[in-house]
Write a protein that binds this ligand. Structure first.
Ligand SMILES: Cc1ncc(COP(=O)(O)O)c(C=O)c1O
Length: 455
């Protein structure tokens, strides 16, 4: 398809610009401390930004827009490993050639955003690609939304319209569904909805329990039964993250999900899977494919690594006209980059038992377990996760110790985040651009930092 302005001259300039940008960005590929003369910059700029937005930031962190692969530079001149990627979007790492290409191509288009009254080939191509990648399931349609939370709002609306007047939801303890008016009720953490009126009635049941794997399925089903018995004929759906992200990467085996979903289907509930955080990050493009539960899913929400957000749903859930619309699908760059990312992931050697994602999972968990047995004995007490979603516990796994650890880790050159409470875990959402040399250096920094923080 012939799209965007293009002439031999534009193509020539674009190729030169692409090479120049990439060559410049590749200069930022090592850990470095802040420059003395720039050290104050993050603090000053963040102070003004903080005053204006009314809330502070977790880290003293303002990106300079420079960085490559797993590395990112801050405006104080420091360069760090970015192992959290903005909580998920940066799956390929910084200034990946495909990101640069998507930006340059979009500059040759005639607008910035596209949407429902302004369709562009970029949006169509990504939708078609996503649908092609869920061929083994009953998912037939995809609709864009402005965020992961709104993708979940959309899912809820489609389910409600079909199930009217059964509006009550089932979700899991430790679930995170977002912060919109509706999803804040599905999110389990009450501290995230202080002072809010309840807009969705939700019963939370336990997810898989690593500490009691034999009884986990029965415990979940018993809790589901009790919730349905307490409010008979009122529930419409079960919402589950196959791997709970904010919960600390909690997940069970295939049989666990099969058991839960069989029960849900027998009880006439839609199965809604939230893959906003997990999309792209397991041994398959979708975590529901990784678990082999394709036949059960009715609606799946995505975001983050895709660069845009939305919901995939079955023919049955296609809503009546008027229920869904909205100005934006996303920016042309984001849609173009999303399509390039999905192609790169599915056409490259990332998925499957021998793919790079599986290798990264095994390497990180093995190296963390090695530290736990050697130089960090008694100081790292759990290491786990799946795919590029890695979590571990430091010291007593309290929030205080974990925050102290990740702040020190930041100073020492690695950006990470935390997840879960009781225990609180250190969380990595790894970029796929990590080399084995990078990993060795990362583990030297982790080892040093654990021993600095936990005495
Ligand atoms: C599982 C899950 N669902 C929904 C969301 C909300 O997405 P967004 O922050 O884009 O609204 C998140 C964000 O962290 C998430 O991890």
């Amino acid at each position: 398809m012939d799209i965007r302005v293009n002439t031999p001259e534009i193509q020539d300039q674009m190729n030169k610009l692409f090479s120049s940008i990439l060559l410049e960005q590749q200069k930022y590929m090592f850990v470095k401390k802040a420059d003395e003369e720039k050290a104050h910059l993050v603090e000053t700029q963040l102070q003004e930004y903080t005053n204006n937005r009314g809330k502070g930031f977790f880290y003293n962190y303002m990106s300079s827009g420079r960085g490559h692969g797993p590395f990112t530079e801050l405006i104080d001149g420091s360069i760090k490993y970015d192992l959290i990627g903005g909580i998920g979007p940066n799956i390929l790492g910084h200034s990946h050639p495909l990101y640069i290409k998507a930006h340059l191509e979009s500059a040759c288009s005639d607008t910035v955003m596209c949407g429902n009254l302004q369709p562009y080939p970029e949006a169509a191509a990504l939708t078609n690609l996503l649908i092609k990648n869920v061929e083994g399931s009953r998912l037939k349609h995809f609709w864009y939304t402005g965020s992961g939370s709104f993708a979940n709002d959309l899912a809820l609306k489609l389910i409600w319209q079909k199930k009217e007047p059964k509006y009550r939801m089932l979700a899991c303890t430790k679930a995170f569904a977002g912060r919109s008016v509706a999803t804040q009720d599905i999110t389990h953490n009450q501290a995230y909805r202080e002072g809010m009126p309840q807009s969705v009635e939700v019963d939370h049941v336990p997810h898989f329990d690593h500490n009691d794997p034999e009884n986990a399925l029965q415990n979940t089903i018993d809790a589901l039964k009790a919730a349905v018995k307490a409010n008979p004929n009122q529930h419409c759906a079960l919402m589950m993250e196959i791997i709970q992200g904010e919960g600390g990467f909690i997940f069970g085996p295939k049989e666990y999900y099969e058991g839960v979903f069989e029960w849900a289907k027998e009880n006439d509930l839609y199965i809604w899977i939230d893959e906003v955080q997990t999309f792209g990050r397991t041994k398959e493009l979708f975590a529901f494919q990784n678990m082999g539960v394709e036949k059960y899913v009715d609606i799946v929400t995505v975001g983050k690594a895709l660069q845009v957000c939305g919901a995939l749903f079955t023919e049955e859930l296609n809503p009546k006209p008027g229920l869904i619309a909205g100005t934006f699908n996303g920016s042309l760059t984001a849609l173009n980059a999303g399509e390039k990312i999905v192609r790169y992931l599915t056409e490259g050697n990332f998925y499957g038992d021998n793919g790079r994602i599986s290798e990264l999972e095994k390497t990180f968990i093995a190296k963390l377990n090695h530290l736990a047995k050697t130089s960090c004995k008694g100081k790292i007490n759990y290491a786990g996760g799946i795919g590029t979603m890695i979590a571990f516990e430091v010291g007593d796994a309290s929030k205080e110790v974990t925050v102290a650890f990740i702040k020190k880790l930041f100073q020492n050159g690695i950006i990470a985040f935390m997840a879960g409470s009781g225990p609180t875990r250190v969380r990595f959402l790894l970029p796929l651009s990590l080399t084995d040399e990078n990993i060795d250096e990362i583990f030297r920094i982790i080892d040093q930092t654990v021993n600095e923080v936990v005495k």
